[in-house]
Design a protein around this ligand. Structure first.
Ligand code: SF4
Ligand code: SF4
Length: 351
């Protein structure tokens, strides 16, 4: 029997025994060949399946995908970004309790191009990009950062080509495109008013360039590591997940941060924090009056949490700033004011 840490939508962590999981002979042989712990792998995958609300029966298929010698090619390109999304992705450690494979994502995929992680530079790196993107439908294109929409604006030029040209060329043969982070998904910080570079989201640019490919937005500033890993693993195992109107996977973005916040019981009748470190703050009251954007922000922070389930912003006493939503820097709050500490405008949420 494999005991699995379950992380369920009630926000409580508890151990859930999972029965024996049968794998096909090839997968068993491959696990042995790789020298990884079967228990550790299955624990990781069961944890991820639980987060995605998938049944236990999916675990053998996930295991097959993860240990397959034919690793799917991923080309990861960075544009106008801060590298926080990549930093988050490389922290996609084996799901809590499944410590046998150090980094689940980097074991699933063949990361064939990534400017920050690869050893190659200059002409060698450009050659690697050309090789990695040569096969039609041969790779998943992960993108972070937004792109200045004017090809010759002078903003974001790399390898002698504008961001638009680099993206257009890389997108042509992609199987699917996964913008990671709010900059790629919605424009993010580079697009914040007054948007000096003319930055746009990947989805907007694809429309302008007439590129039609499956698209999965994974917003967040940065996104939660397990959400990045889980989205890619889901796509490789089951295809496109169910998406909301902003192309976000509903398995992770179907609820607001507020829906599962443990402070929600104080939302209606208080106590509500009026000043950081007041009596209500020390009690753990609701942060809505401190500008918390939890009620209008779709993300999994209050269920999956951060740092392998250790905490999330409201547990640290700070409200959500809405980082997984479009234009969160420029949101107009009460009295038409911008600002992370401005209370949400009446009528913008279910008060
Ligand atoms: S702290 Fe924020 S997310 Fe939590 S209950 Fe209050 S408004 Fe909702
Ligand atoms: S709590 Fe809000 S601001 Fe913080 S990471 Fe989650 S969605 Fe982003």
């Amino acid at each position: 029997m494999v005991r699995v840490l379950g992380y369920f939508r009630d926000g409580k962590n508890f151990a859930e025994p999972v029965g024996e999981i049968e794998l096909d002979a090839d997968t068993e042989a491959r696990i042995a060949e790789l020298g990884i712990s079967r228990r550790g792998l299955l624990t990781s995958l069961a944890g991820m399946a639980s987060l995605m609300a998938l049944p236990q029966s999916i675990i053998p298929a996930m295991a097959q995908t993860v240990v397959s010698p034919k690793k799917p090619s991923v080309v990861y390109m960075s544009f106008q970004e801060c590298t926080g999304c990549l930093e988050s992705m490389v922290n996609s450690f084996a799901f809590r309790g499944g410590a046998s494979i150090e980094n689940l994502l980097l074991n699933i995929i063949s990361l064939d191009y990534q400017e920050t992680l690869m050893a190659a530079a200059g002409a060698q790196a450009e050659e690697q990009l050309a090789n990695a993107t040569a096969t039609p439908n041969g790779y998943v294109l992960v993108v972070d950062g937004s792109i200045p929409q004017i090809a010759n604006s002078g903003f974001f030029v790399s390898g002698g080509r504008s961001g638009v040209e680099r993206f257009r060329a890389a997108a042509q043969n992609a199987l699917a495109i996964v913008p990671v982070g709010t900059c790629a998904s919605f424009g993010g910080l580079p697009k914040a008013d007054p948007n000096p570079t003319g930055a746009v989201s990947i989805r907007t640019l694809m429309t302008q360039l007439g590129i039609s490919k499956p698209l999965i937005n994974v917003p967040g500033c940065p996104p939660i590591p397990e959400v990045i890993t889980g989205t890619i693993l889901y796509y490789l195992t089951k295809g496109l997940p169910s998406l909301d109107s902003l192309k976000r996977p509903k398995i992770y973005y179907g609820e607001t941060v507020h829906d599962e916040c443990y402070r929600e019981e104080y939302f209606e009748d208080g106590p509500r924090v009026a000043v950081f470190d007041d009596k209500a703050a020390r009690f753990g009251g609701c942060l809505i009056d401190m500008g918390c954007k939890g009620p209008v922000t779709h993300n999994a922070c209050s269920t999956i949490k951060w740092n392998q389930g250790v905490s999330f912003p409201m547990m640290a006493g700070h409200g959500c700033i809405g980082c997984a939503e479009p234009d969160f820097w420029d949101r107009l709050n009460i009295n038409g004011k911008k600002g992370f500490y401005q209370r949400l405008a009446p009528g913008s949420f279910d008060d």
